[in-house]
Design a protein around this ligand. Structure first.
Ligand SMILES: O=C(O)c1ccccc1N[C@@H]1O[C@H](COP(=O)(O)O)[C@@H](O)[C@H]1O
Length: 212
């Protein structure tokens, strides 16, 4: 199972977490987020992450030209589109060479047929919890609702994941489940991950994967 740690915004903390070798690291390019990182992390620091860690930029209803320029400056491997971006927007982004993770907010119900038109343009889906904010709400949804997803695009599970629900997370299975996305539940303050807690979490995940 792949692991994405999202919402990095401080240089020293970024290097400490990168040393733990997560598969993906995420950076919030949404100006209204408490994890917004343009002012705290330079493009060269992000570009110079250790090889093997994929860089993901998170955007919310951003102008595509801005997303393209940012992806180029920060050498992003993926853009995570966390707003109301349309299938046409995703297709245009992909046609320009970007790799797409499209996030969807899941509430008590979700119409999975709306995903069909996104399938051709997205590398991954990401299922997050519907909340007051576009992302980073810190709450989990009822993952059983994903039994209704019968598409072919692999997905990241997201929304309030952390040490407290890790056992339940490890017991959750879906044929298209690709990875777990951790954010606020690993933090000491918004954008700063608790390195010891993150390390323990990764060790438990690797241990479970090795034994499954
Ligand atoms: O974290 C943010 O501030 C944020 C802002 C805008 C869009 C997405 C954001 N974060 C993403 O939200 C999910 C879930 O986070 P949490 O575990 O509930 O805190 C995660 O994918 C982050 O990438």
């Amino acid at each position: 199972m792949k692991v994405k740690i999202c919402g990095m915004r401080e240089a020293a903390n970024l290097w400490a977490v990168a040393d733990l070798k997560p598969d993906y690291l995420g950076f919030i390019f949404y100006g209204k987020s408490t994890r917004y990182m343009r002012d705290t992390l330079s493009a060269s620091r992000v570009r110079n992450l250790p090889a093997g860690i994929k860089r993901v930029g998170v955007f919310v209803n951003a102008d595509l030209t801005n997303v393209q320029a940012t992806a180029s400056a920060y050498a992003l491997d993926y853009v995570q589109l966390h707003g109301h971006e349309t299938p046409e927007y995703c297709q245009q982004a992909r046609d320009s060479g970007l790799h797409i993770i499209k996030a969807f907010a899941v509430g008590e119900t979700f119409d999975f047929t709306t995903l069909t038109t996104y399938e051709p343009s997205c590398d991954f889906f990401l299922f997050d919890t519907k909340g007051a904010l576009p992302g980073g709400n810190g709450t989990a949804f009822d993952w059983q609702i994903l039994a209704g997803y019968a598409g072919t695009t692999p997905f990241f599970l997201s929304g309030g994941l952390g040490p407290d629900n890790l056992a339940a997370l490890l017991a959750f299975h879906h044929p298209q489940l690709y990875g777990f996305d951790f954010n606020s539940h690993l933090e000491t303050t918004p954008g700063v991950k608790d390195v010891a807690v993150t390390q323990q979490l990764l060790q438990r995940l690797h241990h479970e994967s090795a034994n499954s």
